[in-house]
Design a protein around this ligand. Structure first.
Ligand code: GDP
Ligand code: IMO
Ligand code: MG
Length: 428
């Protein structure tokens, strides 16, 4: 299968975990390249439902090597809890590799994430409060601690001392929060250091050696294109590059190694947290409520109810461009089976101007209105369909329309949360 990058095309929660799990069996290695425990990827395997935050969703396949790349941030507490949970479920994790260059989420990052949100008041980002923004900010400020620092307590303490010289006054004087001592955090992280030690590697070398040896690699993106720090709806974004380019910098593999870029798009649209969402259905709207209930649209990481709305073809078309998508997987098509008719946003309009791509200036994006096309629904259960031809005509037309509006072939269609509830049109 060569080297594939899998990315979210919308605002996250498109079903990346399910599709990763579905296709991982075809790869030798599966690598997360950005983000941290803000990700919540659902995998349903052997009748069990798993919510994964740090470990790649491909961990479910025995023999596939899961890698946490250098572009990720690692919360050792959450990672260790996840490894324990997988062990209890009988899922082996001994092949896991963690990049020594990945940055560590520290306790003060989580405190500062919450404090920043409280300071922003009604303008809050709606973060997952996993310390993501402050950890990436420290990486850019060259004040971060990395996974490899767990391997040398002297270095760990020195770096921590430098960091705390800045963090403690901010915690205390700006936010009125408790401070930390070097001893306190070192004690807390010592057992994690011991536990994670066997997994730490130079992951760029590992991945390149694997590719040189003819092995196949799947890069599993977290979050999504519209949450990307450069290409998303800044400032209502996460703090990493979720788009396909992030797979390069977040893994240390060169761009020409990539064969395919698979975008994951939900057949409607959801968003958690603040920020613009042009096709959002208002709170209490019966169709929005129905999508939320039928699609179980509640966050895996925070349990928050997701905002729901219509499929926005402008967003997915934009994702096709900024990621260089070669294929699309459309998920949750079954959920639309409850609707008489379906709206699809084909363009935006602002100040009398029609936009067929995401407007460059955020002010235009904020005041733009969606231009809808209405198509008939199929009003039946399609979760048993396993080939494109078994789908009702209206469902096939809906997929064809998505294909036409995105300019990318729809290779996979998911019709239910389970691994086998999927139609493979062109993937294999
Ligand atoms: P991710 O963050 O992109 O991995 O997505 P999440 O796991 O946060 O959210 C996707 C949700 O939709 C999960 O509960 C999945 O089990 C579920 N799901 C994925 N694909 C389908 C599908 O085709 N149909 C239905 N009904 N549910 C799906
Ligand atoms: P997966 O990988 C959906 C959103 C948060 C918030 C913004 C910034 O499951 O698709 P952060 O904690 O990253 O600083 O929050 O990004 N967000 C997600 N939304 N799915 C996710 O991950 C998300 N990870 C972060 O809700 O709006
Ligand atoms: Mg999710």
């Amino acid at each position: 299968m060569g080297v594939t990058v899998l990315v979210g095309t919308q605002w996250g929660d498109e079903g990346k975990g399910k599709i990763t799990d579905l296709i991982t069996g075809e790869y030798d290695v599966v690598c997360r390249y950005q983000g941290g425990a803000n990700a919540g990827h659902t995998v349903i395997a052997n009748g069990h439902r798993f919510g994964l935050h740090q470990v790649p969703s491909g961990v479910m396949y025995e023999g596939v090597v899961p890698v946490i790349g250098n572009g990720c941030i690692v919360d050792p507490q959450i990672l260790v809890e996840e490894l324990d949970m997988l062990a209890r479920e009988g899922i082996p994790t001994d092949l896991l590799k963690i990049s020594g260059n990945a940055h560590l989420v520290m306790p003060y990052h989580k405190d500062l994430d919450g404090a920043n949100e409280r300071r922003l008041g009604k303008n809050l980002i709606g973060t997952t409060r996993r310390g993501v923004g402050p950890t990436y900010a420290d990486k850019a400020s060259r004040l971060g601690l990395r996974v490899q620092d767990l391997q040398d307590e002297k270095v760990f303490r020195e770096k921590l001392e430098t960091a705390l010289a800045e963090k403690n006054p901010i915690l205390e004087l700006v936010y009125g929060l408790p401070t930390y001592t070097v001893d306190q955090i070192t004690e807390l992280y010592r057992p994690y250091a011991k536990r994670l030690q066997p997994y730490i590697v130079e992951s760029s070398r590992y991945l390149n050696d694997a590719i040189d040896a003819g092995k196949s690699v799947l890069f599993e993106g977290a979050q999504a294109t519209m949450l990307d720090i450069d290409h998303g709806t800044y400032p209502f974004v996460t703090s990493s590059n979720c788009t396909a380019g992030g797979a390069i910098t977040g893994s240390g593999v060169g761009p020409v190694a990539i064969d395919r870029v698979l975008g994951i798009a939900k057949a409607y649209l959801t968003r958690v947290g603040s920020g613009p969402f042009l096709t959002e259905l208002p709170q209490g709207d019966p169709i929005g409520e129905m999508l939320c209930e039928v699609g179980h649209e509640y966050g895996v990481t925070t349990g928050r109810k997701r905002r729901c709305g219509w499929y926005d073809a402008v967003v997915v078309n934009y994702a096709a461009r900024v990621n260089g998508l070669t294929d699309l997987a459309i998920t949750k098509l079954d959920v639309l089976g409850c609707l008489d008719e379906i709206k699809i946003c084909v363009a935006y309009e602002a100040d009398g101007v029609r936009y067929e791509t995401v407007p460059e200036h955020q002010s235009i994006f904020y005041r733009a209105k969606p231009v809808y096309m209405t198509v008939p629904g199929w009003k039946c259960d399609i979760s048993g369909c396993r080939s494109f031809f078994e789908l009702p005509r209206e469902a096939k037309d809906y997929i064809d329309l998505i294909e036409q509006l995105s300019g990318v072939r729809v290779s996979l269609v998911a019709v239910g949360p389970d691994r086998d509830e999927t139609i493979d049109r062109h993937w294999r």
